[in-house]
Design a binder for this molecule. Sequence first.
Ligand code: ATP
Ligand code: MG
Length: 554
Amino acid sequence: MAESKNFIHQIIDEELAEGGRCYGQKVHTRFPPEPNGYLHIGHAKALEIDFGTAEVYGGLCNLRMDDTNPTKEDEEYVEAIKEDIHWLGHDWDDRFFYASDYFEQMYGYAVELIKKGLAYVCELTPEQMKDMRGDTQTPAQSPYRDRPIEESLDLFARMRAGEFEDGKMTLRAKIDLASGNFNMRDPVIYRINHLPHHRTGTKWVIYPMYDFAHPIEDAIEGITHSLCSLEFESHRPLYNWVVENISIETKPRQIEFARLGITHTVLSKRKLRAMIEAGIVSGWDDPRMPTLCGLRRRGYTPASIHNFSARNGVAKVNSVVDFAFLEYCLREDLNEHAKRAMAVIRPVKLVIDNYPDGQTEEFDIENNPQDESAGTRKVSFSRELYIEQEDFMEVPAPKYFRLFPGNEVRLKSAYIVKCESCEKDADGNVTVIHCTYDKDSRGGNPADGRKIKSTIHWVDASNAVDAEVRLYDRLFTTEQPDLADCNYLDFINPNSLTVITGAKLEKSLENTQPQDRFQFLRTGYFCADTKDSKPGHLVFNMAVSLKDSYKPEN
Ligand code: ATP
Ligand code: MG
């Protein structure tokens, strides 16, 4: 089936055609993260579009750190960003750049604009400028707008030399105060900031604004298509103004696409950072975070994220996608690829009274019913097993078909057992369930063909492996915690993490390595934690439950 082209690819097709703007050229895009936080699932969409478009057209995509802001950028983030992009399967070869490497060139272009009478040093305070640009009244001209070019050149050089304190002066583009587009009303293109920069240190005390820097970065790198999210749409005239008015050959084109939003979470680095600082989550890679490293630790696969991004399409209207759809994409991938295993999350002992004490046997159980090539494994069985507490009810609820006194169930791939009685502790908690087994039902099928309504999973108590299991629920209690008129921190779900110690796993999981993923039968997909799990002390994160409606209970 031919996939219909998204609107960006339609534009590119036209531009590559004979007579088009890019006829005969290679498509060249870039992904320009600001290294002030970790990448999140929204960035995965931008990556899909930036790297994906280059791939579709046999072109190139640069990775560029958009580090024009000295205040909050950090090398830690740079490394993390690279790791996350590689994990998703994208690569930039040797085309890795820092916007800060272009500071000298940007300065030169600013000087060029001043010389052309297209920029001036302005001494209005931020408040005065805000008023005069027309935030609250009709736009008015800065008294510095018509200062002589020589004076601006001199002041700009002295701004660079560090003669003035922060906020004292700015360099503004001279465009159109009457423009209906606020961005075109003589925007600031350079500001003074004496904070040290993560790469250039104290060399610079003036920094270019995004709207001036970004088109220059794109043009220097020979970017043909600068793909960015929708909030930059009204900045496009300024982007074009910059590339048209400086002497640079490449004239890149900005095209905007809709941002991805997702329910029950927030996708702003600032807000995510605040949650870490408040101790609500353990870090950027907390498995509840919508960051790529959080999702990876949780058990998400590159394929699931790729499918999620691709299926959401490329639109021109922002949308909020249900988190359940991301989970669906993961379930779909792991259903095909994850090995099955038996794990009892909240165990209770089951004793088969008529099974000889000391006897053991093994069953061959398929590793993945979706994939015969995954083979089988041996799972041991003996007189004492663990089953889930919820698979037994002393007094069954209506339509409860699992274990209760007098009822039979199938132990997955093993035998049919019949519940005889249970033991309880002083508080009335069930401690042991007594059963008898049907010797003639080996493999799980009764010889007389009688109908058994339920199959439950189990773990051999004689060699079970202990594990800690971390169950997760939504991080927020409401679908859209970051709607403008509310404080997202008011909607934190206090029960988003449930830690269970003493889960019992089948022995084959003994040597599980961090990041190994399994389907725990009847429960969900789990991933061995990268930070805390090791053989001898296994820790599993629930990546996603099998059921959509799964809610971990406390
Ligand atoms: P945040 O608001 O989360 O801090 P940002 O836009 O400031 O995000 P950048 O590091 O500047 O983050 O983003 C790099 C690229 O990723 C930009 O091109 C941006 O448009 C894109 N991007 C960021 N968030 C999303 C999103 N939710 N959906 C689609 N693209 C996004
Ligand atoms: Mg940003």
